[in-house]
Each structure stands twice: as structure tokens, then as C-alpha cells.
Design a protein around this ligand. Structure first.
Ligand code: SF4
Length: 283
């Protein structure tokens, strides 16, 4: 699919939309304008397998080596079209014609790319060339699992310098629920320690996806475990982005998942607020 003769909408989270390998434009419900996405996981490989994941043909693994020159060329080309060209007029509805952010949001875990720290430095350099450094956000959408790797953690300082922000995934508060939702064997306490380390270096939000499974809403124990876990990082984080099922799952469990009512999500949000955390809800 190309962007020719069409407006981008929130449903166009399609990495092929720009015809580029690593970089894609999207009008994002999350960002409230045009977001330039950077997908480092061109082979649809992730170290997690969330059952709601909207990546088709998702597989376990890490991305192939990043072609840094190609990535730089693509980012400069798209930014030039957005900032100096007619990209907005050609492809974006009038109210959405703002460049909001560059988002590391790909078909897998961005920090699993060996070159991730160099990519952050490259983005900083290119934003400076366009006089955009500090003017737009640079968001990292991550499952946070590799945030204890020194190179990844160190790059959070670089990200912070780029007006960076991390959205760190916490979907559940117990080992069993994390295994059920994210299909990983993860110690919740270790995850929260990684979150703290990350948030100390770069402003960090928790991002949470909630949904029904086999016709059942998350039960009271699941919610209580989740609330207790995120409460531990209250002094460290900027807030919580609480999502319903925004996009269809491409995993085998897809037909077992259902959207929760906005009342249910709002009820969870109120409990988060009651613990003193800021929360943004997208049902
Ligand atoms: S962490 Fe993200 S990319 Fe990886 S499986 Fe989960 S939703 Fe998909």
C-alpha cells in the first residue's frame, strides 16, 4: 500500500504505507497528529508474544543488522517531505497537520536491535539538522525486557536529551497473568526494577493493554495484582496509558479476545487515579 491519493487514518498502522524499509508515517491516535514511526524489526521478530499483538507472522527473535545508511536516508527523505514538502497537504486531513513525534514502534521489540543505541544518536543528529531537536518528542514504545542491558540503559540518557519519552509495557501484575498475556516467563519484580532504572534516566510512562479473554473480563485478583505492582513505581513514572484492544490481534488467540467496555476501563482508571497516578484511557 502506498500513501498516494489517500489520507492516513489511525487504521493505517501499516509499515508498508510509505514504501520505505524502516520509516513510516502515521496519523496516530496516541500522538494526536502525524507520527514518524521507526521499525527496526523488519523481520517481525520479538522476544515476547503478546496474544493481542497486531504484528502478522510474528516470530520470536531479534532483527537482522540495521542498514544505518538506508535508515538515515529514509528518515531524512520523509522528514524533508513533511517539513519542507507537501506531505501534509497531500496525505493528512487538515486538523492533523502537525508533526508530533518520532516513535520507535515497530514489528517487534526495538531495543533488541544491536544498533539501537546508535539509532538513537542518529535520530538526534538528523533532528538537529532539521532544527527539530527538542521541538518534537522521540518516543520509545518498548516491552522493557532488555532495559537491564547496560548499552540499552545507557541509550536512555541519549533519548532523554532528544526530548525523549519511554512507554514501558506492564500488562499485568502476576507471573501467571504475564505468562497468559505476554507469553513470557517474567518475574514481575524484576520487570519493575527495570522500569525504575529506565525512568531514572528518561521520562517514562507505563503502557497497559487490557481486554477480555474467553468472554471474561480481567478478574478482581488480576486487577489488584496489577494495581499493586504499578503502585511500586508511582514516584518514578509520569503516568499510565491504559488501552483497550486498539487493533486486531494477528495471533492464534485472536478469536478468544474481546474489547472491554469503556466503563470497565474507566473503572480501572479510577482505581489507578485513586493511587495518585495520572492515567490516560483509550478504550
Ligand atoms: S512486545 Fe509488542 S511487538 Fe512484541 S509481541 Fe508484544 S505487542 Fe507484539
Amino acid at each position: 500500500m502506498t500513501t498516494q491519493n489517500k489520507f492516513l487514518t489511525i487504521t493505517d498502522h501499516n509499515r508498508d504505507v510509505s514504501g520505505m524499509k524502516y520509516v513510516y508515517p502515521v496519523v496516530s491516535r496516541r500522538a494526536g497528529g502525524v507520527s514518524i514511526g521507526v521499525n527496526l524489526n523488519t523481520n517481525n521478530a520479538c522476544n515476547w508474544r503478546c496474544i493481542y499483538c497486531s504484528v502478522p507472522n510474528l516470530r520470536r527473535g531479534t532483527p537482522p543488522p540495521i542498514e544505518m545508511d538506508l535508515l538515515a536516508h529514509e528518515l531524512r527523505t520523509l522528514l524533508n517531505d513533511v517539513v519542507n514538502g507537501d506531505f501534509m497537504q497531500q496525505h493528512v486531513a487538515e486538523g492533523d497537520r502537525h508533526l508530533k513525534d518520532i516513535a520507535f514502534s515497530g514489528n517487534g521489540e526495538p531495543t533488541s536491535a544491536k544498533e539501537f543505541p546508535q539509532v538513537v544518536l542518529l535520530v538526534e543528529k538528523i533532528l538537529r539538522e532539521f532544527n527539530l531537536l527538542g521541538g518534537i518528542k522521540v518516543r520509545l514504545i518498548t516491552n522493557g525486557s532488555l532495559m537491564d542491558k547496560p548499552t540499552v540503559l545507557e541509550s536512555m540518557k541519549d533519548l532523554a536529551r532528544c526530548n525523549g519519552e519511554v512507554w514501558f509495557k506492564v500488562d499485568a501484575g502476576s507471573k501467571a497473568a504475564i505468562a497468559r498475556i505476554n507469553d513470557v516467563n517474567l518475574n514481575p519484580q524484576s520487570h519493575i526494577e527495570r522500569l525504575k532504572k529506565c525512568a531514572e534516566l528518561c521520562p517514562t510512562f507505563i503502557q497497559t493493554c487490557m481486554f477480555g479473554l474467553d468472554g471474561e473480563q480481567p478478574n478482581a485478583t488480576d486487577i489488584a495484582d496489577y494495581l499493586a505492582l504499578i503502585y511500586e513505581v508511582k514516584p518514578y513514572v509520569q503516568g499510565v496509558h491504559l488501552y483497550g484492544l486498539a487493533r486486531p490481534s494477528y495471533q492464534a488467540e485472536a478469536n478468544r479476545l474481546s474489547q472491554l467496555s469503556s466503563d470497565f476501563l474507566e473503572g480501572v482508571a479510577q482505581q489507578i487515579r485513586a493511587r495518585g497516578l495520572t492515567v490516560f484511557v483509550s478504550p
